[in-house]
Design a protein around this ligand. Structure first.
Ligand SMILES: [Zn+2]
Length: 287
């Protein structure tokens, strides 16, 4: 036994005080000893202090956490999901419809031409992976508020309202004439587009470039547009007219100018608009 047993220590202390020591006692010199001549009270105090020291050593340190069993391995952390591609959605609004035939385009009403263009453009965009919502897929009557409601509910990145006219030449692009304002959390319904006019002008620039790139004639303008004015997204009214500038007879109306009934002319316009939407999707400020 080491010299840490209190009982042994006390014995050793008593032996230390005794003048006649045995050989064994001398060979096992205690670790703790008192100088000769220490009084009885001093010995008792020293013994008591030694006991306290041994008890303190045997007790755990205050504030020290008791030993715990081996910590269990934490559950594996699931791998993060890959980032989702940003959502990009376009609303196509075939103007007029139902009780509203629009203008007269050759032997058909404007509402039929706009619906056919909307269907063709939806198909082209869908083939390019663009998500599309249309305001109508049939000869249905929709008021302007309903068209804006569809666009706003879709939270679209672009809304193209499609019109046709026999007046003018080429493609007319119209942006709302509302004065641009800062975005507000609760814009007035009939002027919601005011917060988006700047973005709509940027969209018009992209569409203009795509149409010009395809050799089409483009006219840019601003106009009061009830359906567009209520839309909270980049929005344009696109009015398609015969392209008098590309006929063999040169600029101006001519018998050989592409008419709105020309399938090739319709296809060119639809392809150019689809290219414009794809370009708009890559615009840096898209989500
Ligand atoms: Zn129209």
């Amino acid at each position: 036994m080491p010299w840490t047993n209190p009982t042994t220590s006390m014995l050793v202390q008593r032996m230390t005080c005794h003048p006649e020591r045995s050989v064994l006692q001398r060979s096992r010199k205690p670790a703790l000893s008192l100088p000769k001549g220490t009084c009885v009270f001093g010995r008792a105090a020293f013994t008591f202090a030694a006991i306290l020291l041994l008890v303190a050593i045997s007790l755990p340190t205050a504030g020290q956490a008791p030993p715990t069993p081996a910590a269990q391995a934490p559950p594996p952390v699931p791998a993060p999901l890959p980032p989702q591609p940003p959502r990009f959605l376009v609303v196509l609004d075939a103007a007029h419809g139902g009780d509203d035939p629009g203008g007269r385009i050759g032997d058909q009403p404007e509402k039929a031409f706009t619906l056919a263009l909307s269907v063709r453009l939806r198909s082209l965009l869908g083939a390019r992976g663009i998500q599309v919502i249309t305001t109508r897929e049939s000869d249905a009557t929709l008021d302007t508020a309903r068209r804006a409601e569809i666009a706003n509910h879709a939270n679209a990145q672009a809304c193209l309202s499609l019109h046709a006219s026999t007046a003018g030449s080429g493609v007319h692009l119209f942006v709302s004439s509302l004065a641009p304002t800062q975005s507000t959390r609760l814009p007035a319904w009939k002027t919601a587009q005011a917060a988006w006019v700047t973005r709509s002008l940027a969209l018009a620039g992209v569409v203009n470039s795509a149409l010009l790139h395809d050799g089409l004639t483009v006219t840019l303008g601003r106009a009061g547009l009830p359906a567009i004015d209520s839309m909270a997204c980049p929005a344009l009214a696109i009015e398609v007219a015969p392209d008098h500038s590309s006929g063999a007879s040169g600029p101006g109306p001519g018998p050989d100018a592409p008419s709105l009934d020309d399938p090739d002319y319709q296809a060119r316009i639809a392809e150019a608009l689809a290219a414009a939407v794809l370009e708009w999707k890559t615009e840096p400020r898209q989500p």
